[in-house]
Design a protein around this ligand. Sequence first.
Ligand SMILES: NC(=O)C1=CN([C@@H]2O[C@H](COP(=O)(O)OP(=O)(O)OC[C@H]3O[C@@H](n4cnc5c(N)ncnc54)[C@H](OP(=O)(O)O)[C@@H]3O)[C@@H](O)[C@H]2O)C=CC1
Ligand SMILES: O=C1OC[C@@H](O)[C@H](O)[C@H]1O
Length: 380
Amino acid sequence: MFGLLSRLYYMSNPPKTHQAQANSPLKTLNFGCLGAAKIAPGVLIDPSPRDAKRAKKFAEEHGFQKSYGGDTGYQDMIDDPEVDVIYNPLPNLHFEWTMKALNGGKHVLLEKPATDRAEEAAQIFSLAASKNLVVLEAFHYRFHPAIQRVKAILESKELGAIKNITVALTAPAGTAKDGDIRWSYELGGGSTMDPGCYTVNVLRYLASSSSPTAVLTAFAVPYSPRPQHKKVDKMFPATLALENGIFGELHSNLSEPKLFGIIPRIPKLTATVRCESGTVEIFNFLIPSYYHYITVAPSGKPRRVEKSYSFHGVAKGEDWWTTYRFQMEAFVDKIQGRTPQTWLEPQDTIDNMKWIEEIYAKDGFGSRPPSKYVYREDEK
Ligand SMILES: NC(=O)C1=CN([C@@H]2O[C@H](COP(=O)(O)OP(=O)(O)OC[C@H]3O[C@@H](n4cnc5c(N)ncnc54)[C@H](OP(=O)(O)O)[C@@H]3O)[C@@H](O)[C@H]2O)C=CC1
Ligand SMILES: O=C1OC[C@@H](O)[C@H](O)[C@H]1O
């Protein structure tokens, strides 16, 4: 309990970080944020909502230096020579604005899921490589010591070969309200895209060298009977086959019904890996910085519970660092030419999108619509 309170205190009152030295060869990076998304303050920034008044208000509320509003706000921010990095937390207009940001010479921290289509993600990374720019899909949980500890336990072979991985991520009904971007097919909505993209990523990450080979079953339920929700899934149980005989089960529900219609259910946030000689399970793989536990149950031996809030001096980080802070440190390290503690390679993002699309193909809802934006090299 004391640990939780202490982490919460430092998350809200972080010690001041030192400013870059005047003579440092490393320039301070200026971040710009496309839109005033709810998630943005937790991750960074310097906003550019489409509405100029909202831009100014958001900037003032969160202490950002500049705001850019109106119809040209997003592009104005990209064109600002003082901005080095763009944070893209738009609904799935990710492809268009990431391509435009890269074209403008900016690095991009790109919210999950990266794009609507794997092919769009491939185009993004190809443009980034050609311009020597960094793009990172913001799977923040991957940068936290907790999930890395689970992977280390699996790789230590203490529990033997992996047999089965179950990942569950749910949110109570009402978390994403009617009208939320997550319920819009055109904006890349749906449970498979939102919590589902994490479940696919966790499955692939923990399976280590074993990649999915097929979606065996997938069953999607539409958010509502209304015509606009015909292809917008609120939940999707799916099973996947992976190399080396691993079986994967994913459960994602973005609108879990309330108990007796009134009591919101506790969200499921677990990944369970059953191996030849035991099981490891993490509770709260998503935002472990607040609270998590890892239960290791080797066959025939006592079970133990582990917690992992920092890298214990092996890599930078404090117990109270959020997943977003670990992610930001890695992102900035990468841009500034240092080796990040961990990294998500482009192929990882492209493959994640590919398996999201495979699930949508199997359940019949189909991939989200591709972006209408066509990149032209000569565009300004
Ligand atoms: N990493 C994480 O933990 C989380 C990540 N996310 C991701 O972040 C992104 C944003 O999510 P969230 O903060 O909940 O979203 P919001 O609905 O709060 O914000 C979306 C922003 O997108 C802009 N926008 C531009 N075009 C449109 C449009 N046609 N319709 C609606 N909005 C538009 C709006 O900007 P404007 O201000 O210009 O109107 C709005 O501020 C998503 O990709 C989501 O998956 C979300 C939550 C957690
Ligand atoms: O990124 C996210 O994390 C938690 C989910 O419940 C949320 O909808 C999503 O956007």
